[in-house]
Design a protein around this ligand. Structure first.
Ligand code: ADP
Length: 260
């Protein structure tokens, strides 16, 4: 991570049909930073991710590398951001895993698929990273939820965007794959990829994120280093849950334990 700001958000607000669900949100993200977006259900995490990549059109200002997001074309935005939804199936479902992940190359492709050797290499590398290479010929709608989640993430990596916005990366994953994916995201951020991930598990946020943004009722409640932000007082106020925070000396890491 360096000090260069890649996303700068100023007074972002958004509403669907009713009242504002995001209110005057301001924060910035440095290049190569791994940001965890946390907060209770309905606090606005998914909406904020969608606003950042302009799937939704908020009020307020978003700058990407110093330029207003409004000045980028959709094709340029598709090269800057890849968004991994927690809801939608990856692709149409009735196509192969390989073709679904290859669709991530669309913003880059200059010729026909069989002329794009480099694109194929990127797809194969993404499949390997997410351990879905053994599933290449399977139909996506025949996969388990966890396998589908890994296909979604592989497609996002194949897109080779500079910023990955990812909603609940560990949803549906078993313990091994949760850790594997968080470690992989951390390593990718160290090599320069900027990541903003909505997370439910505060211990994963503590272990892997550089900074966390706590959303509550559509507002920024706190933003900073995980071990400075996540206090038992904050968790009780934002989540309404009593916890104990333990320090694991061996791991040199805080652990949040519910005590209710
Ligand atoms: P989170 O991701 O933190 O659970 P969301 O961003 O999904 O929160 O939701 C924030 C608020 O916006 C919630 O009150 C939710 O009901 C509302 N909301 C989300 N999506 C829609 C939508 N498509 N139409 C109307 N309201 C929505």
């Amino acid at each position: 991570m360096n000090d260069e700001i890649t996303i700068d958000v100023e007074r972002l607000s958004f509403k669907y049909d009713g009242p504002d669900v995001l209110r005057a949100i301001s924060f910035n993200v440095r290049k190569g930073e791994f940001i965890g977006l946390v907060g209770p259900n309905g606090s606005g995490k998914t909406t904020l991710l969608k606003c950042l990549c302009r799937l939704l059109k908020p009020c307020g200002l978003i700058y990407i590398d110093g330029t207003s997001a409004l000045e980028y074309t959709l094709k340029e935005l598709a090269k800057i951001f890849s968004y991994v939804s927690s809801e939608q199936p990856p692709g149409s479902g009735n196509v192969s895993v390989f073709d679904t992940i290859a669709a991530g190359r669309t913003p880059h492709m200059k010729g026909l698929w069989w002329e794009c050797f480099e694109d194929e290499k990127v797809v194969l590398k993404s499949m390997e990273l997410l351990s879905v290479n053994g599933l290449a010929d399977r139909r996506v709608n025949e996969l388990s939820s966890g396998e589908r989640q890994r296909v979604r993430i592989a497609r996002a990596l194949a897109q080779q965007a500079r910023i990955v916005l990812i909603d609940e990366p560990t949803a549906h994953l078993d313990l091994k794959h949760q850790f594997k994916i968080m470690r992989m995201l951390k390593d990718l951020s160290k090599s320069g990829l900027t990541i903003v991930a909505a997370l439910h598990d505060l211990n994963l946020a503590l272990a892997y994120c550089d900074r966390i943004l706590v959303l509550n009722e559509g507002k920024v409640f706190a933003f900073g280093k995980p071990n400075e932000v996540l206090s038992k007082e904050l968790i009780e106020r934002v989540y309404g849950v009593k916890t104990k925070i333990l320090m694991d000396k061996e791991l040199d890491r805080m652990l949040i334990v519910p005590i209710e």
